[in-house]
Ligand binder design. Structure first.
Ligand SMILES: Cc1ncc(COP(=O)(O)O)c(C=O)c1O
Length: 386
């Protein structure tokens, strides 16, 4: 039972490793350090092999991060520069940044208000409006939730002859009706950035059923140099360090346990938050979420910023980073390049409404039961007052 009026400081993000986790990593690092092979070597290969099994995919390649993974993938798909790629405005800025890095232009689309996936109707409108110029659609599984409408998106992409790509930066271990995240589109890109569900500090991974895409990325990530040492395409250094790979391998080997723990924590929040007025919990029918984020939605009329401020001031509870307090079409840089990002002044009512109402609660392996209880209790008290 929580003591009355006792304030607890709960971290909004933490990486908690056990001694045996650290031993596993150090053991691998020792091997790397002694090997004289410090990049794109056997440990990275092991990481790719273990993760692709976990993600239920045939092929995988590790890259320096998810952003460069998306850019390399767009290039590997041989999408001509200046083509248009559609992505949600309800995503992290790296999604559009990666499209720009690959030399393409961006058109934002709105999301579904219930499952947070790309809105197929809005996507189709844009496919029509920019017919012939759009070459790919990138969908994002926000917080780990996969929209059941991904099948509709897939049909649309086939109809218009464009690639569907899954930005799985949030979706390690997520499933839709028993199908892995990343298995509907032509290819998927995962992030292993520090805050992600599985992480190694910095890292990314591209998966696909099509080995040709993966082999092209292998060349692109090495400044366009093929196995014979000849530079055959444009490329850059998107390679994966063996030193990071030791940590990434630990994450991949322990993926089931880590994601299982995230699910257990989310289920506990579900129970603790039940019945609190003024909030609802994001949940998507048919999706088994990997819970990169635990997202609650405030009722209409409750200010997100005031909620967060009061939670911090009164109870010292600092929510985790939101998804997202500023949408991509509202970001100053994206607004400043109308010839590259074509519709920043468009209408995105569902994304805007969601952005105004979303709050993410701290969720990471190592979060204690009493900390979750304290957070839920603080929200209950706060909502009693609003
Ligand atoms: C949806 C989404 N896509 C892509 C990325 C880029 O990941 P990375 O930092 O590994 O480049 C992020 C990371 O914040 C993300 O949240």
């Amino acid at each position: 039972m929580l003591k009355k009026n006792l304030k607890i400081k709960v971290s909004n993000f933490k990486i908690c490793l056990t001694e045996s986790d650290i031993d596993f990593i150090l053991d691998k690092e020792r091997g790397v350090l002694k090997s004289s092979r410090w990049t794109s070597g056997p440990v990275a290969k092991q990481f790719e092999d273990v993760f692709k099994k976990y993600a239920g995919t045939a092929h995988a390649i590790a890259v320096s991060n998810a952003g460069t993974g998306i850019a390399a993938l767009l290039q590997a798909l041989k999408i001509p520069e200046d083509s248009i790629v559609i992505c949600p405005t309800l995503t992290a800025p790296p999604t559009p940044h990666s499209i720009l890095l690959a030399g393409m232009r961006v058109v934002f689309a709105d999301s579904n208000s219930d499952d947070l996936g790309l809105n197929p109707q809005d996507v189709e409108e844009k496919l029509e409006r920019y017919r012939g110029k759009v070459k790919a659609v990138i969908t994002v599984h926000l917080g780990g939730w996969i929209s059941p409408r991904i099948h509709e998106l897939s049909r649309l992409c086939k109809k218009y002859g464009v690639y569907l790509i899954e930005d799985c930066a949030h979706a390690h271990g997520s499933f839709l009706n028993s199908k892995n995240a990343g298995s509907t589109g032509k290819a998927a890109v995962y992030s292993f950035f520090m805050t992600k569900s599985l992480n190694c500090g910095e890292g990314g991974l591209v998966t696909s059923e099509d080995s040709r895409i993966i082999e092209r990325i292998r060349v692109i990530r090495n400044y366009g140099k093929n196995d014979s040492g000849i530079h055959v395409v444009n490329g850059f250094n998107y390679k994966f360090s063996e030193i990071n790979a030791a940590v990434a391998l630990w994450a991949a080997v322990n993926a089931k346990r880590i994601i299982g723990e995230r699910r257990r924590l989310a289920a506990k929040y579900d129970l603790l938050l039940k019945g609190i007025r003024g909030i609802s919990i994001v949940n998507v029918q048919g999706c088994l979420c990997g819970y990169y984020k635990y997202i609650i939605k405030l009722d209409n009329g409750i200010s997100r910023d005031a909620f967060k401020r009061e939670l911090l001031l009164r109870y010292a509870v600092e929510p985790a980073g939101g998804v997202y307090d500023l949408l991509c079409h509202q970001e100053p840089y994206f607004k400043s390049i109308p010839n590259r990002i074509l519709n920043v002044s468009g209408k995105f009512p569902a994304a805007e409404d969601f952005s105004d109402r979303q709050v993410c609660l701290p969720l990471y392996p190592g979060l204690k039961a009493h900390e979750q209880e304290y957070i839920a209790d603080s929200i209950r008290k706060l909502m009693g007052k609003v």
